[in-house]
Ligand binder design. Structure first.
Ligand code: NAP
Length: 311
């Protein structure tokens, strides 16, 4: 079968190999024929070695996590899925999967769920990591309530765009930061206030917010503390809590580490099927151009999600 793999960490190291064996079935896992695979910033960060923490790469390694596809075999102890089920979820190597940018993959039963019925293959593949991150942060870490005010950074990105829609569904007031040319897109998602981060300072415009959801990090993270009211909450996808700023502004802070799981994928699918969440597909690539897809995700100012079409 064909798979997008790396043998070393680096910027343009993705190779398309056609002689890769279909993964073997094992206990607690499924084998899936892949229809489409979603691209996340995490994928190019893994390829560049940012996530390896100095550990050597077991080469060749198939890249990619998010996918949708059809179950073709189930291992011993798999209770919730059978051959022919259409599923979505993660097959990232770091969590014991075989990698999603491939014609077939294997992954753990607890990292998948049934695909949302109203999503086509491209849309379903775009959802897992960004959708579960947005859902977990908004509903569990922040526990956002109707009438509260939230600032969501990076509103046009994968996580930000889903976080806006979930927050509006809850009944919150949503401010978001993005490039000016994405204003119309963000209005369609329901954002109440859109701040052009390249020409305006969000901390001069927003005050007394209940929560900030940071998908950008660094200086944006630090400046965000000024926007919060006392007792407010900031959750960052990239930064660990800054205890000095927490004390100075008397707010709470959490560093998010998303763990994809069947329960959250199921909730995400329900929200998708209800029409609460939509996903904008910025661009698709064939598997043969997986390296280009990673580069586009890294450099392309993506509006929504990038997906690799496989079958
Ligand atoms: N900790 C975890 O468990 C975890 C899990 C998933 C993802 N992440 C990380 O979370 C981050 C976001 O993920 P994602 O999938 O949403 O990425 P994404 O789709 O690339 O979205 C990032 C968005 O941020 C915008 N942006 C860039 N600079 C900005 C600024 N200064 N102010 C406001 N917006 C800005 C980008 O817009 P323009 O390019 O148009 O400017 C883009 O729309 C990534 O770094 C990812 O690696 C962490």
């Amino acid at each position: 079968m064909k798979a997008a793999q790396i043998r070393e960490y680096g910027e343009d190291v993705v190779e398309i190999n056609t002689d890769v064996g279909v993964p073997d079935i094992s206990e607690g896992k499924v084998i899936v024929k892949v229809h489409a695979a979603g691209v996340n910033p995490f994928d190019w960060k893994i390829a560049q070695g940012y996530v390896s923490k100095g550990k050597a790469l077991t080469a060749p390694m198939t890249i990619g996590g998010d996918f949708t596809g059809i179950v073709v075999d189930v291992g011993e102890g798999v209770d919730c899925y059978k051959k022919g089920d259409v599923v979505y979820g993660s097959a990232i190597v770091l969590s014991g999967g075989s990698g999603a940018f491939a014609e077939y993959l294997t992954t753990r039963e607890d990292l998948i769920s049934h695909k949302p019925k109203n999503a086509n293959n491209i849309e379903a593949a775009a959802l897992p990591l960004a959708g579960v991150s947005a859902l977990d942060v908004i509903t569990s870490k922040i526990n956002l309530k109707k009438g509260q005010k939230i600032l969501i950074h990076g509103g046009s990105g994968g996580i930000g765009s889903m976080a806006i829609q979930i927050s509006k569904h809850i009944g919150a007031y949503v401010a978001t930061t993005a490039r000016k040319d994405n204003t119309d897109y963000l209005k369609t998602l329901g954002a109440d206030e859109i701040i052009d981060y390249r020409n305006e300072k969000f901390e001069d415009k927003l005050h007394d917010y209940d929560a900030v959801f940071d998908t950008v990090g660094s200086d944006t993270y630090k400046r965000s503390f000024k926007v919060l009211k006392k007792g407010g909450m900031i959750v960052s996808m990239l930064e660990q809590p800054d205890t000095e700023l927490m004390g100075k502004y008397q707010v709470n802070a959490v560093g998010q580490s998303t763990r994809i799981n069947s329960d959250d994928l199921k909730k995400l699918a329900e929200l998708y099927d209800l029409g609460v969440i939509t996903v904008n597909i910025d661009r698709t690539f064939p598997l043969d151009r997986a390296g280009e897809a990673l580069k586009y995700q890294r450099e392309g100012s993506v509006k929504g999600k990038v997906v690799i079409k496989i079958d």
